[in-house]
Design a protein around this ligand. Sequence first.
Ligand code: GLU
Length: 546
Amino acid sequence: MDYHALAERLLPGTYPPLESYETMYPPRDLPKGAEVTRLAPSPTGFIHLGNLFAAIANERVAHRSGGILYLRIEDTDLKRKVDGAVEAVKSALRYFDITFDEGAEIGGDETYGPWYQRRRADIYRAFVKHLIEEGRAYPCFCTEEELTALREEQTAKKEITGYYGKYAKCRNLTEEEIYKNLDAGKPFVIRLKSLGDPGNKIKFRDAIKGEITVTENDQDVVILKSDGIPTYHFAHAIDDHFMRTTLVIRGEEWLASLPIHLELFDALGFERPRYGHNCSLMKQDGETRRKLSKRKDPELSLEFYREEGYYARAVKVYILTLLNSNFEEWYLKNPDADLNEFPFKVEKMSKSGALFDLDKLNDISKNELSKLSAEEMCAFLSDWAQEYGTEAQKGYFSDREKMLRVLTLCMGIGGKKRRKDFTTASQAMEFIRFFFERPAEYEASRAEADRKPILEGFLKSYRREDDAQAWFSKVKEIAAENGYAAEMKDYKATPENYKGSVADVAEILRVATTGRANTPDLWSIQQILGEEETRARLRLALGQTL
Ligand code: GLU
């Protein structure tokens, strides 16, 4: 067969000589050992935890080695494309402090761009044409219906599905048949003529998993679709070569495609980057462990962390804990260090399923948030509220002084021990709501029966000028007047002599003021609310109209 003539017929026109691409995208001028890594999402709009794991690993490896991290958009499949997806990826990763050096909508050195695969169609076609000329690729005229029928036949026979070996019908078309199809205007795709044999096992050194064995590919995969756009497999091989990627860290789900990728690199005569396949994220579900699922687990989506208002550093600390076995120990010794100082190593990445545990993340979050100053916490909450908060929540920040006092109190700043009540921004905003909004409902209190005389007694004696001690003496008096022990120790000694203790009286006041039975120090809360508001709330709790 005259492959040159066929190539010209299938992809007419002159393309630059292949060597010219080597000069156009020269090896990068980087120090020895510098790694070039990438993130290559499809613009589907869904960016998940697995992407973030890979992103953090790729980012750390690139930047610790003095290399480059770039963003490439794999948009070969138009059906999956969603508007605004690139911005969504970038903003999700920015939140977690992943900075790209180059890439789609990043700016920086354009030498290795464009960074959208659809804009690189000419490069791909040049190489497809070359493979046809070499007899390593051929046109396939099979229709969707024929391929479906083939799949059904293979499934019925319990054979591996796909276009390979004896099933690769168009692989054996004669020259005459091919031209007849072309003359008839039949649409076609270009497939790789695989030389692999699944009986052959290849030893492969994975940067994370170590030595693994994979089966040689024998699928004649599509490399160029009928619209002249390559498939992801083919495009990524060309791109990783010409963008001079040295290491690809990606999810384990890509391991199944690895044999195809290995054959493509060989067919193209390219040296391959190293690959590291990161283990899947697992979740404990009752007795069993299973993969995190898009349908069942909202925490798989990165949007979840922003909507809930997870503190980015906390998420990063947790992910680093799962990514590198020695991180936890390092962090214990360096709790306030810049996380980028951690000596991240691909070799230390875990080889099998990492268990993702939201409770563990929540603990880390509480701890990280308890390190913030009131100003830092205010900025964090305010950023979250601007994006995700209700109108009322946005309003909480109009009196900054008040907010700082609220946070100082709730976080225990200046007290004996920092409190760790805040997990996420949304939870913290809910926690502090009673400072800004009057209670809409009241939790139950133990001394419910004496609510009225207790609240009335308090309203009568309350003075904002009272210090904490004077305030508490008055509460004790009210307790005594109503048959409650003013001193805890008396109550403990002879509980039968009392209706309850001063703690029950304070609870009535607390619930009336805040709606809640558990809050930070009530005197301090009333100080922040001010006399007028405190009185108003107590009267509302008594059912009075203001
Ligand atoms: N475009 C692929 C994705 O959507 C990237 C696969 C790879 O990293 O090679 O995840």
